[in-house]
Ligand binder design. Structure first.
Ligand SMILES: NC(=O)c1ccc[n+]([C@@H]2O[C@H](COP(=O)([O-])OP(=O)(O)OC[C@H]3O[C@@H](n4cnc5c(N)ncnc54)[C@H](O)[C@@H]3O)[C@@H](O)[C@H]2O)c1
Length: 381
């Protein structure tokens, strides 16, 4: 049996909560090295994994004997240098979102990984939600006809809680947008296609958290046009030049100040898509159901997710075991290892991570300059 040795770089919250159980779904995956700049965190991860190869310098972890693949789960500003070090050493890489602090850096990561011929993946974890996978299937199958509107709302109640590196723009890139809305930007791309242009507003509502400065957005709202859907025989260039009047629209909002709505899994997280033949609504609070209405219906009705969508294709995970709000996340690690073993592109790859970053760069320009901005994906879309 071929074994894939994995180094985890950044052994904090998400590495322990998502990546370790995700890797455990693949009998071929073995964590062979752990790296964290904080020794207490490293020790906690050692106790949880039994892995004895411990590093505080990511370069040494990448070079550890038997490392085939690297998972990057550090604060955002460290993603590019760590990914470049891993890719230069010809390691496959799963990198947390957002891929970088800006689009040029994300694009460079994508290009470096492609040139090195390694597998590369962005941790857009919500791609693995059973209901979101089924929603995508239904939209692709034409169940709601031509999409008109995409709507995403991520509302949490963080109050004035300290957020560590997440509240520092030079470490995180952005606040609520990169942390939460990046997932929904990616899902909009996945479901409808690339966002063509947008107008956004971002607000920092608290200048300090936990007694430390906070200079990131606590709230972001975005209005956008997607590219019009392709017509048969249309080239990519013709599609981007098609009139905006035929484009599906998007309204996305994310905040840390939805007082009383709870945090994390419990905070509101909904996506709605309206098309010429129907509407589908999804909520992460109920990851195993969707709400659907068809042309002429008086209201939406609940549908359960068919069995074949409850786990990622090939994943051995038992969908009836564990908390469904947590367990879908483990399929992400399975997908990474499965793509390496089968020598195929990961879904989603760095390309999707970089495309979401292009939208986020455009949103920052739009908010700063108070105007509509076209999204520039370079040669990615
Ligand atoms: N995909 C998702 O659903 C999801 C969810 C949460 C977090 N994330 C992303 O995961 C990443 C980590 O988030 P987190 O919540 O685990 O943060 P965290 O702060 O809990 O963990 C980050 C770890 O990186 C370590 N670190 C800092 N500098 C380092 C360095 N130079 N070398 C090695 N380790 C270093 C820190 O000590 C810390 O233990 C972020 O990019 C975040 O956006 C993604």
């Amino acid at each position: 049996m071929q074994e894939i040795g994995v180094a985890i770089i950044g052994a904090g919250a998400i590495a322990l909560a998502n990546h370790l159980p995700g890797l455990a779904l693949s009998p071929q995956a073995r964590v062979v090295a752990l790296c964290d700049s904080d020794r207490a965190t490293l020790e906690k991860a050692r106790q949880q994994t039994g892995v004895e190869a411990l590093y505080t310098d990511y370069r040494e972890a990448v070079a550890h004997d038997g490392v085939d693949a690297v998972i990057v789960a550090t604060p955002n500003f460290l993603h590019p240098p760590i990914v470049h070090a891993a890719v230069a050493a010809r390691k496959h890489v799963l990198c947390e979102k957002p891929l970088a602090l800006n689009f040029p850096d994300a694009l460079a990561i994508h290009r470096a990984a492609e040139s090195a011929g390694v597998r590369h993946m962005t941790a857009f974890t919500y791609r693995f939600v059973p209901a979101m996978r089924y929603m995508k299937h239904l939209v692709d199958a034409g169940d709601i006809g031509t999409p008109f509107h995409f709507r995403a709302q991520r509302f949490q109640d963080w109050g004035d809680r300290a957020m560590g590196w997440r509240q520092v723009r030079k470490l995180a890139g952005s606040g609520e947008m990169g942390d939460m809305l990046s997932h929904r930007i990616d899902y909009g791309h996945h479901l409808i296609g690339p966002i063509a242009s947008l107008v956004a507003q971002m607000k920092n509502l608290l200048a300090a958290r936990g007694g430390q400065p906070s200079d990131v957005d606590d709230w972001i709202a975005m209005l956008c046009d997607f590219r019009p859907p392709p017509t048969p025989g249309q080239s990519a260039a013709q599609r981007s030049a098609a009139p905006a009047s035929s484009a599906p629209t998007g309204v996305l909002e994310s905040t840390k100040f939805a007082t009383g709505r709870g945090m994390g899994h419990r905070g509101q997280d909904t996506v709605e898509v309206n098309g010429s033949a129907g509407t589908i609504v999804y909520s992460t609070q109920k990851p195993l159901e969707l709400w659907i209405g068809k042309l002429g219906d008086a209201d939406l009705r609940k549908i359960d997710i068919p069995r074949e969508f409850l786990v990622w294709p090939g994943s051995p995970r038992d969908p009836l075991q564990g908390d469904p709000l947590a367990t879908f996340r483990y399929d992400q690690g399975f997908e990474f290892i499965d793509a390496i073993l089968n020598q195929r592109p990961c879904r989603p790859s760095f390309r999707e991570g970089a495309m979401a970053q292009a939208v986020m760069d455009a949103a920052i320009v739009s908010s700063d300059q108070r105007r509509w901005v076209d999204v520039d994906y370079a040669d990615l879309a």
